[in-house]
Design a protein around this ligand. Structure first.
Ligand code: ADP
Length: 260
């Protein structure tokens, strides 16, 4: 392991944490969180010590995706112990508020919640901390990209043009704050009918690869649209855990190896 050397960050790092990597998308619903969790587990399967920070304050999904409930323990003062499942250390605003409570925070409150989840958590020794960013490329995301000492960012997109336009905005956002772009992942890239084996490019195919080439950033891989990926996410046992020898787990491990 050991990825590209990022630019020296002006923000203080987190003691014990090697690299912080953001997983971002231009818009919601493209599979950013699903990809982030399987990527984190893929990095772990490749031998790294990994944590995941759910920074999607308005729509935290890590508790459900990882099948974790309950509240983090406080160790001393405000310092919390991360929750843990499948060997992954996890922190999410979803552990701290009710699932039904709508988040109506303003920007500064979001930032202080995020800072606490980042800096007042006993992460211990980690090679990589994956940050599941909120979708979009507005002010909140920009602030976050500026506040968090990121070693790099990964953009998740679906293949069609509209999603790619948004992904491009994400790319420019990270460039603006000097965060190195580790590359683009194409999610829902193709569909293979389980009964006939016929392949369908439901949202088109290859758009993200072309875009990556055009923008001069690495293309990290293609993830198919598959019912099992969705079902296992819903069940709290991501496909990298439930079917570690399966084809999808391998895809995520291979992508993880490209990322870091
Ligand atoms: P986002 O974080 O971008 O909003 P999610 O990760 O929550 O997106 O995914 C949106 C929905 O799509 C979820 O129901 C998820 O299970 C499903 N999904 C994501 N990626 C895939 C995939 N490759 N195949 C099948 N379903 C997927």
């Amino acid at each position: 392991a050991g990825g590209p050397q990022g630019q020296p960050s002006r923000k203080p790092g987190i003691p014990g944490v090697g690299a912080i990597i953001a997983v971002a998308s231009g818009k919601g619903g493209v599979g950013k969180s699903t990809t982030a969790v399987n990527l984190a587990l893929g990095l772990q399967a490749n031998g790294l010590k990994v944590g995941i920070l759910d920074a999607d304050i308005y729509g935290p999904s890590m508790p459900r995706l990882l099948g974790i409930s309950g509240r983090p323990e406080t160790v001393s003062g405000r310092i919390m112990k991360p929750m843990e499942n499948y060997g992954l250390k996890v922190m999410s605003i979803g552990f701290l508020v009710d699932e039904e409570t709508p988040m109506i925070w303003r920007g500064p409150m979001v930032m202080s919640a995020l800072t606490q989840m980042l800096r007042e958590v006993e992460w211990g020794e980690l090679d990589v901390l994956v940050v599941d960013m909120p979708p979009g490329t507005g002010d909140a995301q920009l602030t976050m990209a500026q506040q968090v000492p990121l070693a790099g960012a990964v953009i998740v997109s679906t293949p069609q043009d509209l999603a790619l336009i948004d992904a491009r905005k994400g790319l420019h956002m990270f460039r603006k704050v000097d965060v190195p772009l580790l590359g683009i992942i194409e999610n829902m890239s193709y569909f293979i009918a389980p009964d006939t084996g016929t392949r369908y490019d439901i949202f088109g195919h290859g758009g993200a690869r072309r875009e990556a080439e055009r923008l001069g950033v690495p293309f990290l891989g293609e993830i198919p649209l598959h019912m099992q990926i969705r079902e296992m996410s819903d069940a709290g046992t991501p496909v990298t855990i439930s079917e570690p020898d399966g084809v999808h787990a391998k895809i995520y491990r291979d992508i993880a190896a490209e990322v870091w």
